[in-house]
Design a binder for this molecule. Structure first.
Ligand SMILES: [Zn+2]
Ligand SMILES: [Zn+2]
Length: 244
């Protein structure tokens, strides 16, 4: 590094130490002073918001220590290889995701994407193409955007791999998964996705992106349409909800 560049870098570091970036905690909205761009306050850092500890090796759900696979994955076949969900869907996390979905708080996307990307990078998996969970054309027209697509775009930037839309389409308007029981959820999203573009995923490692993963029925049904065409299938969401 040239001496001039070292001076510029040192100046930036000193300025950051004296005047750290002003941020708002993504969970509680409190103003925070962050020296390392950690996007949440110290209080929220201590909350049980992070999906860490012993988790199912397929669906990333928290399970008792000593177990490897959750009860649901033992019963129901998973068409994806692994799930990555950095947060737990509760309290402050729930508020932040609801804001991202309904207030069109797009500024939260890079932060959520970076939490997901860190998980994937620390697992050392190779991703070749990123696909957002599609919404029905009618829903997208009404809402104006697809939040999974906004998130997928940010993850693609960090991992430096292409994001592809239109590979899979949703052809049936379904009921909101949140209003349904476990079995109703499984039925609700069965055969509503169609693989339209086989060439984009042929023999590739695919990452499917959603905002929240609950039963995993949506992600599992999308993964099912890719089986036999793509290579590995990974799925991810900002947060993991537990199945009631
Ligand atoms: Zn906070
Ligand atoms: Zn599981």
């Amino acid at each position: 590094m040239k001496f001039k560049n070292i001076l510029i870098k040192t100046k930036d570091v000193l300025l950051e130490m004296l005047f750290p970036s002003k941020l708002k905690c993504i969970f509680c909205g409190r103003d925070i002073i962050s020296f390392d761009n950690q996007p949440y306050c110290d209080r929220c850092a201590k909350e049980d918001y992070f999906n860490i500890g012993n988790r199912c090796c397929y669906c990333d759900m928290a399970i008792p220590a000593g177990n490897i696979v959750c009860d649901f994955c033992q019963k129901k076949h998973k068409y994806f290889d692994k799930a990555y969900c950095p947060l737990k869907y509760k309290d402050g996390v729930k508020n932040a995701i609801l804001k991202f979905k309904s207030d069109n708080a797009r500024y939260l996307a890079p932060t959520f994407a970076s939490l997901i990307a860190q998980r994937i990078q620390s697992d050392n998996v190779q991703i070749d193409v990123i696909i957002p969970v599609p919404v029905h054309a009618k829903t997208k027209r009404a809402r104006g955007y697809n939040q999974a697509e906004i998130l997928a775009k940010e993850i693609a930037k960090i991992l430096n791999v292409p994001m592809q839309t239109g590979v899979i389409t949703k052809d049936k308007v379904t009921l909101d998964q949140k209003t349904l029981s476990y079995h109703e959820r499984l039925k609700n999203v069965t055969s509503c996705f169609t693989l339209r573009d086989k060439s984009s995923i042929k023999d590739k490692n695919v990452l499917i992106v959603d905002d929240v993963m609950t039963t995993g029925a949506t992600l599992n049904n999308i993964a099912k349409t890719l089986v036999g065409f793509s290579d590995k299938i990974y799925v991810c969401a900002i947060a993991r909800d537990t199945v009631e």
